[in-house]
Design a protein around this ligand. Structure first.
Ligand SMILES: Nc1ncnc2c1ncn2[C@@H]1O[C@H](COP(=O)(O)OP(=O)(O)OP(=O)(O)O)[C@@H](O)[C@H]1O
Ligand SMILES: [Mg+2]
Length: 409
């Protein structure tokens, strides 16, 4: 049985574990012992084998895992947790297995390196200034001619931690401090680059493109449309696959994505690309991760097109031609349930169960403590839907949740 080493079962790990089982390969999860203990029972149940290391020392982890892989005859390395995708690229290169360019892999995670690679390769992306401290940030901004609003963000965080849109100079110092407020990765605890990026604010509408790269060829699978709340905290309320877009706009997003993914040296793996479509038929990249999408998007892609991106990822990592031919042309959507405030959960009321509803999930039990809205951890469940077209699935999704309320005690 062929063996795949999965670098940390966080993010869309369950999709990869399921795909490994379906492909008849053994998936070994590399993690920390105490993090393994904190995995959910459902996740643990899918894991047949583990190897423990210490990711807070990346050079040490690389040595450990390379020795383990050689001793155990590992056939493929798959990066799952975005923070560790550079390590996955280094490890696959060390073992002579398919993977991304280790020299550029830091650019799939560190937005400072990413911005440099985009500039070097002529990839359309927001104009970006870099600063190590507030004083140099203020003078760089003044000298640049960039106008407010600007986006201030940490080089190396995720989950929108420390990212703010700044409308004027009064807000700038707090935004800068916010961007430096998360200097360690969680949960493994390795230090992060504290450089702050000050970026041109890009208007337009945001999408993501999910792609697979195989032997240097980048194959976009679909455009995903993201729905968010308004206001200061942009929590994601849902996703639709594929986005309701013209063929021309889809092509623009695909072409821009291919340029970005190539610039980052993603040659054998997957890419989650966030980008904005602007009037006039062009797009700008916000960021790229060398990982599967979150928010159950792999399942939406499967429902809409029949393509299993997690399976394709494992195939690429094993050096096998990935199965990427769509077997259907439909649409799927997810909408999340978020309570109006923190409190004790009672029930979900008012959900409309139409024939388009594929699955409903509610996470808490009655009386459980739940968080308020604000970030993605506030979610208490979701409805997943499917229909023949994106327009139909969006209409069904709107109708399903139009009168939905999350009741608290
Ligand atoms: N230059 C920009 N112009 C306009 N909007 C931006 C810009 N940079 C970031 N954003 C908005 O902020 C969001 C989060 O930024 P970014 O993706 O860079 O950070 P992140 O921490 O990786 O976030 P996440 O993990 O939530 O995607 C983006 O999805 C986008 O909506
Ligand atoms: Mg992002």
């Amino acid at each position: 049985m062929r063996k795949v080493l999965l670098i940390e079962a966080m993010g869309s790990a369950e999709d990869l574990l399921d795909a490994g089982r379906e492909l008849g390969v053994e998936v070994v999860v590399a993690t920390h012992r105490e993090i393994y203990e904190s995995y959910s029972p459902a996740l643990k149940q899918k894991i047949a084998a583990t190897v423990f290391t210490d990711f807070s020392d990346q050079d040490g982890a690389l040595k450990d895992l390379a020795a383990y892989a050689r001793a155990e005859g590992i056939d493929a390395v798959v990066g799952c947790w975005e923070f560790l995708t550079p390590l996955a690229a280094r490890l696959s290169a060390e073992l002579g297995l398919p993977g991304n360019d280790p020299e550029r892999a830091a650019g799939c995670r560190n937005k400072r390196v990413m911005a440099g690679l985009f500039e070097e390769h002529g990839v359309p992306a927001p104009r970006t200034l870099l600063a190590a401290d507030l004083e140099s940030a203020i003078s760089a901004l003044a000298a640049s001619g960039l106008e407010y609003p600007v986006v201030v963000k940490p080089a190396e965080q995720a989950g929108s931690w420390g990212v703010s849109v700044v409308d004027g100079p009064d807000e700038f110092p707090a935004a800068f401090a916010g961007a430096q407020g998360w200097p360690f990765e969680s949960p493994h605890g390795f230090p992060l680059d504290t450089t702050v990026l000050i970026q041109e604010y890009v208007g337009g509408v945001e999408y993501s493109v999910e792609s697979v790269a195989y032997q240097g060829r980048v194959i976009p699978l679909t455009v995903v449309q993201k729905f968010t709340t308004d206001g200061v905290f942009r929590a994601e309320t849902g996703q639709t696959v594929p986005a309701a877009l013209s063929d021309e706009d889809t092509r623009t997003l695909y072409d821009t994505t291919i340029a970005a993914v190539r610039a980052l040296g993603i040659t054998d793996g997957v890419a989650h690309t966030e980008l904005k479509l602007l009037p006039g038929g062009h797009a700008k990249i916000i960021e790229v991760g060398a990982r599967l999408p979150g928010d159950r998007v792999p399942e939406l892609i499967r429902l809409a097109s029949g393509v299993n991106e997690a399976r394709a990822f494992i195939q690429v990592a094993l050096g096998i031609t990935p199965e990427l031919t769509p077997t259907k042309d439909e649409a799927a959507a997810i909408r999340f349930f978020v309570p109006p405030r923190a409190g004790r959960f009672k029930s979900i009321d008012g959900l409309v169960r139409s024939p388009q509803v594929h699955r409903i999930a509610v996470y808490p039990n009655p009386h459980d403590e739940v968080r308020g809205p604000g970030d993605n951890d506030g979610r208490v469940g979701y409805v997943m839907l499917r229909a023949r077209t994106p327009e139909k699935v969006n209409k069904a999704a709107d109708a399903a949740v139009a009168n939905l309320t999350v009741e608290l005690e």
